[in-house]
Design a protein around this ligand. Structure first.
Ligand code: SAM
Length: 469
């Protein structure tokens, strides 16, 4: 039975409801009057239900699709301005006891080099990341309750927050680790994590069970209910996502939005972020053997429809995607991207030897952070290294209400400008700095409040004189 409030996975991700949604979307994919009315409703910027958004995703009419793309771009601009938040993944350990058929960490893979970083190695990796200019990390690990214990993760988080080096400091640590208990989520919250990220991989229960044949991750309900436990443990910023390519994208899209609706209904706050990874080739994994891959046009449509359906939710894209694809979807709704990433365990401070490769998947966008920052600014985006919301406790519903009130523009824009100037002073190449300074001088004029603008100008002057407050 479909019940958005129920805490049981089979109720809030009800498989029959998804099938009915897909049938409804299919019946209405050429119903132009309905599609037009849904676009009008979406213009109110209050989002759409999974059924409504599924009709837009199914729509085949070229003019309507054009309207959908234009609206997604406009909503993106209205809520996020031109800011793009930057982060890097840090892989802690690739030991894993699961049997996921699409992931190179699967237990039967004997040729991937297995590694787990010590606290000393983490220090070195983090200093290398700080020296690039990163302020936010997403920790990643396989699932191995003996090797990758909660104690280990807590030590890692403490180590990372304690490293101060030159002007560098990691100010927000997000974490993407296997589903766990309410008590463990509470410990993660106490250790000061930002977002707890867990991808559903697929919302199709039967496929899920086949794709995760062995190990703790096989337990579909435990995995699907993880965000409920995280919220119970006090983590109010959670990040969801599916791995596109595993099952049919329309099914995943409806499931993803139902999950978001459930979190909003049950806890008063939807997901903080949605990630849109696509399956990639990896050691022992041939992505082409999976038959549900999606092309770039479909991918762009999915991003646009998510943007319209959940306007307040951040959207993340990783270096699994090329520069060209990232550029396309940035306009349509992405608000956070990774840059200069390595998906190996270690490898930021020194490249891995050829015979000891531990990476999770092939990184397609191999540019440095400096190159990514420059590229963003050349397109008039404002790379943001700001972590103020998190530092000041504006998470969960407090962040969402700031976002909904429209005030984010008065507070995020100045913070983005100042943190970008700090980045330019500390880490950027001369070419990047020149482009950035010009952009900042132009963008400071867009701080709406006169008094706030004067404060920003004064702070920028101090930062440029190396005289920081
Ligand atoms: N242990 C964590 C868990 O159980 O969810 C996952 C951490 S894993 C490092 C992060 C994500 O990488 C997975 O959730 C999955 O979506 C993604 N991933 C796995 N294999 C992949 C592949 N071949 N291509 C792209 N992404 C992949």
């Amino acid at each position: 039975m479909y019940d958005v409030n129920s805490k049981h996975a089979d109720d809030f991700i009800n498989q029959e409801e998804i099938l009915e949604t897909l049938a409804y979307a299919d019946e209405n994919k050429n119903n132009l009057a309905l599609i037009e009315s849904l676009i009008e409703k979406a213009k109110l910027r209050k989002g759409l239900t999974h059924r409504e958004a599924s009709v837009l995703l199914a729509c085949e009419d070229a003019d309507m699709n054009e309207k959908i793309f234009r609206l997604a771009e406009q909503i993106k601009k209205d809520f996020y301005g031109n800011r793009i938040v930057l982060f890097a993944p840090l892989y802690l350990s690739n030991y894993c006891i699961n049997g996921c058929t699409y992931c190179p960490y699967h237990m039967k893979n004997k040729h991937i080099a297995r590694k787990k970083l010590t606290q000393e190695e983490i220090r070195k990796e983090v200093i290398a990341l700080q020296d690039m200019g990163h302020k936010r990390l997403a920790l990643e690990a396989g699932e191995d309750p003996v090797r990758n214990t909660m104690e280990y993760y807590l030590d890692c988080i403490n180590t990372i927050y304690s490293i101060k080096h030159k002007n560098g400091a990691i100010r927000r640590v997000n974490i993407n680790i296997a589903a766990t208990t309410v008590d463990n989520y509470r410990l993660l919250k106490e250790a000061g994590i930002g977002t707890y990220i867990l991808f559903q991989e697929t919302y199709h229960k039967e496929s899920y069970l086949q794709l995760h044949p062995t190990g703790p991750k096989h337990d579909y309900n435990y995995h699907t209910e993880a965000m409920d436990r995280a919220m119970e443990g006090g983590i109010d910023d959670v990040g969801v996502g599916v791995l596109f390519g595993l099952d049919k994208f329309r099914y995943e899209f409806a499931g993803l939005l139902m999950h978001a609706e459930h979190l909003e209904a049950a806890f008063g706050v939807g997901p903080h972020t949605i990630s849109v990874p696509r399956l990639r080739n990896a050691d022992d994994i041939d992505a082409d053997a999976f038959t549900n891959g999606i092309d770039d046009d479909t991918f762009a449509k999915i991003v646009a429809c998510i943007r319209i359906a959940v306007p307040y939710t951040g959207m993340i894209i990783s270096t699994r995607e090329s520069q060209k694809t990232r550029e396309r979807v940035l306009h349509l709704g992405i608000s956070q991207i990774s840059g200069g990433s390595r998906t190996s365990v270690g490898g930021y401070c020194e490249p891995e030897p050829e015979d000891e490769k531990s990476e999770q998947f092939d990184v397609i966008d191999n540019r440095t952070l400096d190159e990514v920052v420059r590229w963003l600014m050349e397109m008039d985006y404002l790379p943001s290294f700001c972590t103020a919301c998190y530092r000041e406790g504006r998470t969960g519903d407090r962040f969402m209400s700031l976002c909904k009130s429209g005030q984010i523009q008065n507070c995020c824009h100045p913070n983005a400008l100042m943190t970008l100037e700090e980045y330019l002073m500390d880490y950027a190449s001369p070419e990047t700095k020149a482009i950035g300074d010009k952009l900042i001088d132009k963008e400071v004029l867009n701080v709406p409040n006169e008094k706030a603008r004067q404060v920003v100008l004064e702070n920028l002057r101090l930062i440029r004189e190396n005289n920081r407050r």
